[in-house]
Ligand binder design. Sequence first.
Ligand code: AHG
Ligand code: MN
Ligand code: MN
Length: 333
Amino acid sequence: MSSYNIITLNEFISTRQANFPYAKGELTRLLHYIGLASKIVNKKVNKAGLVDILGEAGNTNVQGEDQKKLDVFADEEFIKALKASGECCGIATEEQDEIITFDEEMARDGNYVVCIDPLDGSSNIDVNVSIGTIFSIYRRKSKRGERAQLYDFLQKGTEQVAAGYVIYGSSTMLVYTTGHGVNGFTLDATIGEFCLSHPNIKTPKAGKIYSINEGNYAHFPDNVKKYIKYCQEIDKPTSRPYSSRYIGSLVADFHRNLLKGGIYIYPQTAKDRNGKLRLLYECNPIAYIAEQAGGKATDGNTRIMEVEPESIHQRIPFYTGSEDMVNKAESLN
Ligand code: AHG
Ligand code: MN
Ligand code: MN
């Protein structure tokens, strides 16, 4: 195949934009900047084994420079990129307690806000295991030209205009949706471009992988305990048992299950009534992708994207993946 048959991310999003007669290219530009920042983060991730990036934030390296943990680096990089795009008036990020609003005139005029987990799976950085970035984009509710407001971020997942993730794995991929299916792009490092490699991703209706931190088993609710047993049982017609796979990076666990069929659960526990994962920048964007690929995402009961957010860092139990599996896990009460 000639290399000119490659469809790059930028080309793909601008072709898609042409399908919306009134689109002005704002979202295209925003996504372009997210792609750009993720390439910069990817470069750092690939160097994570080299001493100067490892270590706690605040430490000083041999050159006397301040060391930054990758999650701090990623946070700064995405903030800079989103600000530079001129289309984003504010951000809610896992790394900052409060929302960030941009004061520059161009950014204040931006039509979008972004919720982001700049580095997901940070416990895996130091051990060379896949990590990710998760993002969610909303149209602002406040007036353009003014500062972004907290209520711009506290919108239900159903209001997302786009969402996606980047997985920094054995290869780096960007997967996103704007509500017209899910498409995946693999970074070709030799040309520095994300290239369409997984068009129109559809997840299997049922799968054979379950992903959950079973170390917390004793604290799980009954339905989850029963579901784990169900996955482990041998059953003639379906030839269970299923495989247990848990990386500890939501992006990586979800990505595998999306392609192969499976379920990811981070339930409430006796100790953490709302589980661990964050609604705004982990569950909602992943839920949007799951649904767009034909899968499902709930809190064990309610559709994730219909939950009314109350605060930017709020946590929620999370069940996502193949529809039949999520239904089964929910049904065993
Ligand atoms: P983050 O690194 O952004 O804080 O997210 C970590 C999350 C998620 O990626 C992962 O699925 C989960 O935490 C793992 O938690 P446990 O170690 O409790 O299983
Ligand atoms: Mn995370
Ligand atoms: Mn994170």
